[in-house]
Design a protein around this ligand. Sequence first.
Ligand SMILES: NC(=O)NCCC(=O)O
Length: 365
Amino acid sequence: MDSAFIPADATRLCYFAKLDLPSCAVESASEREFELKGFRFEASPEQLRAPRVIRVGLVQHHTVLPTDAPVLEQINAMHRRVGEMVEVAAMCGVNIICFQETWTMPFAFCTREKAPWTEFAESAEEGHTTRFCQELARKYNMVVVSPVLEREELTETLWNTAVVISNSGNVIGKTRKNHIPRVGDFNESTYYMEGNMGHTVFQTQFGRIAVNICYGRHHPLNWFMFGLNGAEIIFNPSATVGALSEPMWPIEARNAAIANHCFTCAINRVGTEHFKSEFTSGDGKKAHHDFGHFYGSSYVAAPDGSRTPGLSRTRDGLLVVEMDLNLNRQISDKWSFKMTGRYPEYAEELTKAVSPDFKPNIVKE
Ligand SMILES: NC(=O)NCCC(=O)O
């Protein structure tokens, strides 16, 4: 077995291994010019519970057409590209697939211009992209997590949303990005509102999943609340660039897996997206036409702190990871972070800390 770790405890398996993928999938990925990697995490056998082994797929990709191509052509080109990657995921037996943040569009929020970017927004329930994903879900018996720019039709409010589609093809529900960045060129608050749906967890045939969208990964309480609601796998579809966040990337989702006794899946887009109009970063530096490089490096972390290697920094890719969800409880029983969490005490202290008359508890000499 091609193991990356020596088991820390010989009585239980605590490592990932390479996952053999079918040759038809390997050949198709190569023909379609994307990276395909597979890994697996195991759990110890139990006497009373059967293993709960499932496979997740993480997709990272470039935008396909230039950012000034007609909007529908850009969306359709992205559907075609991701569609061919999902076909390979199906060959690999993937049960749940997740795409990158606002996967049907360039990450245009840096420009602060509304047109044509708001035209990429779609209904989460009835939109063109949701219909496309429903077909994929039915065809491949796969749960599809589709992060899109959502337009709520009645109020015309925009949101950064992940639609969760069951392997039956039905929309199970949606969840919205809870924390909106105000850092560098990530001028997203110009476009959409902070999520108002709390920390929903979706019960699927293959496990309970949640979606913590991009900047939410810097907020430990965000991961925590998904965990408290019972998430077994938390996806983190992202769009982030090297100069800003790359040192943090390997740590945050991994730490969240450890802290919350669950699997986490961090996904980032790849490439450099050019925009016709120049924009500044508000830092005194020269105006520019691009964000910098989106560095990919998508990976999966397990509750025992192990993680897979990342996908490429530059190439489109599909990461297939097999996991036994029984590992979550096994690690919880070992470390007991939830059991020892003393949440009522923190709830009380936090309630005080956010009240307007809060006095910090500082003792002076
Ligand atoms: N998409 C997004 O929220 N990016 C913010 C930057 C980061 O979180 O790395």
